[in-house]
Write a protein that binds this ligand. Sequence first.
Ligand code: ADP
Length: 401
Amino acid sequence: MKVLVINAGSSSLKYQLYNMTDESVLAKGLVERIGMDSSILTHKPAGREDVTEVSEILEHTTAIRKVIDILTDKENGVLSSVDEIQAVGHRVVHGGEAFKESALVDSASKAEIRRLFDLAPLHNPAAMMGIRAAESNMPGVPQVMVFDTAFHQTMPEKAYLYAIPRVLYKKYKVRRYGAHGTSHDYVSKAAAEYLDRPLEDMKIITCHVGNGGSVTAVQGGVSVDTSMGMTPLEGLMMGTRSGDLDPAIVPYVMNKEELSVSEVNSMLNKHSGLLAISGISSDMREITEGMEAGDANSTLAFEMYEYRLRKYIGSYAAAMNGVDVIVFTAGVGENSVVLRQKVCEQLTYLGVELDEALNAIRSGEPRRITTANSKVDVLVVPTNEELVIARDTHRIVLNSL
Ligand code: ADP
């Protein structure tokens, strides 16, 4: 079965075409600047040169049509006809409490996604545009929604409730949902497989640190706690997001600076984190360069980022009464040798013993970075959220036939 994976944002659309017989990627790409005058389609057919096209793409339906055109193009395509696409999988950020796992797209599931617009106002409407656009371009092809939140639906009440009046949960479903679920799920399973140990018996802490970041406590293969909350703002310090802060700061600053709700939201989501502390960048590569060049603000930004991540690891070891494996993944987790080193150097109380030579190796494969004597295995596992979406789509569509 050939599965097209779509990750639609408000002005962008990423795609990957999988052949599920061997889980190979036939092509992938990205449409950027949807709705602006010169949209850019970058198409990467496997083993061939990238292709870039600039044209006017005003909405998602046209974007998907362009993607289908290039996938079936005589010169740059990988399909002889659109009919070869047998299923479409969509990334959907928020599945609320309704979706504990991936689901077929039908009128009931679409209605539920619309009800959840409130909880993810930036992301879910974009996913819905992607779903509608795929439906109109590929009528009759089964589609599946795969949620960032679903993996965390196993969290117990004590982990997902906020200590605020319960009426807010009853009326508005104010609670913690988490995010990056497909990644935490994928890397925890990949870690158990790599170590050849049964997932059911393991306590794993997965650290997905990229532009956004979250840490998850995975016990017996299920999420028992995670650092993101009702929205992706809670938890770790991130590229441009503040992460945890005293909630009383919000009304205080709004009052002092006469900020509106959207201004304070923008401050905490777009102008905080590494960017705010370094004053230079939200990008960990530039922060690291600044630190190496002796820039005090970059050094402080790095130290805060590392310290907060390490505190979450400690708290999840406490939550599970121990930890067998710690996994680093995503842009920063997979690439920043110095971040992993600084975190591991201060986890010796858990029995972590870093092997600096192993930590310095770069490879696209799962690997251990601790010594043979280390009580806790620390791994780097490259994440693959698209593959999880393709696998779920494949499984759910086969089961529905
Ligand atoms: P997203 O959350 O957008 O998917 P990614 O997982 O791609 O983000 O992570 C992007 C982050 O990874 C950026 O902060 C980038 O600086 C960081 N990153 C990428 N390569 C390196 C590297 N070699 N060293 C440190 N950080 C890196």
